[in-house]
Design a protein around this ligand. Sequence first.
Ligand SMILES: NC(=O)c1ccc[n+]([C@@H]2O[C@H](COP(=O)([O-])OP(=O)(O)OC[C@H]3O[C@@H](n4cnc5c(N)ncnc54)[C@H](OP(=O)(O)O)[C@@H]3O)[C@@H](O)[C@H]2O)c1
Length: 320
Amino acid sequence: MKAAVVSSFGAPPRYEDFPDPAPAGDNELVVTVLAAGLHPRVRAQADGSHYTSTGELPLVPGIDGVGRGPDGLLRYFILPGTTLGAMAEQTVIDTRRSIVLPSGSDPVAVAAAMNPAMSSWVALRRRVPFRAGQSLLILGATGNAGQLAVQIAKLSGAPRIVAAGRNAERLARLPAAGATDTVSLDGKPEVVARRLSQAASDVDAVLDYLWGEPSAAAMAAIVTGRADRGKPLTWIQAGSIAGPTAQILSAALRGTRLTIVGSGQGSVSAREYLAELPALAEEIAAGTLHIGARAMPLAEVEKAWAAVGATHRIVVTPQQ
Ligand SMILES: NC(=O)c1ccc[n+]([C@@H]2O[C@H](COP(=O)([O-])OP(=O)(O)OC[C@H]3O[C@@H](n4cnc5c(N)ncnc54)[C@H](OP(=O)(O)O)[C@@H]3O)[C@@H](O)[C@H]2O)c1
């Protein structure tokens, strides 16, 4: 079969021949892959930088996707750590890590949205006790995960959703998705800090896709501007698109009621992720949750890798 094959962590995957897969265990199924999302997590898998990387090569990237099995059912699946990922004509899934999709589901829309949507859906439902009526700041709201987080926060009953991002055009579209305030992260650090402090220093929770220097600065701005320092503030670390480490002010932890938690693979169990998939798939199939998707044939995987930017989530389509 044909697949996207990574032979060296220094180069993008290439469209090449790869051995046909065969199921090994009782719950395994070979599926024809219809769509697989090119998420930041997949790029990190393919360049060996993700924290789950074992360094084993060659590998076919792709951590999730939509496929059809011999039973004719359309499934969304999440793959375990494997060298045969979703960016192939066929892959092996564990049916226990898959769900049958609602009828009428668009494979490209599901493959595009599930991974970025899961970040906020699972964080707010499973990782922290986020209740309807609480307010939320989303740092990095202009990315695909951030845009979906705005929509999911609205669905979760957040009356105030502050969306902070760098890209002006995408930021301007977020009020239509549910943001009640927007904060531009573009500009001099002291100006950005003032904007954040004014717009979000009293929020109940922060959903942070950035980390690195922008998050450290945002945390300092928010805790120093907080009027009620005894009011709990939950900082949810969900992504690190701006850097893997951040300098945390010790005074932020001592001087306010700040709790920092992470939400992702490991801090949330596979069982908990799986339990949330059907409801999330329903919302995507119903069109309630939406991001732009751009389908690209598997044969053009090198071109897909070269396309950067958060305007659309690229989805590789092996059957096209
Ligand atoms: N924990 C989870 O369960 C989970 C699930 C999905 C994703 N994630 C993580 O969440 C992060 C975002 O994923 P995504 O799918 O939204 O990626 P994406 O669609 O590629 O978007 C990334 C966004 O980050 C912005 N950005 C990059 N550097 C920035 C900086 N220094 N300051 C401000 N904005 C910056 C980009 O803005 P510009 O357009 O201005 O460049 C872009 O809007 C990634 O780290 C990903 O691994 C976590």
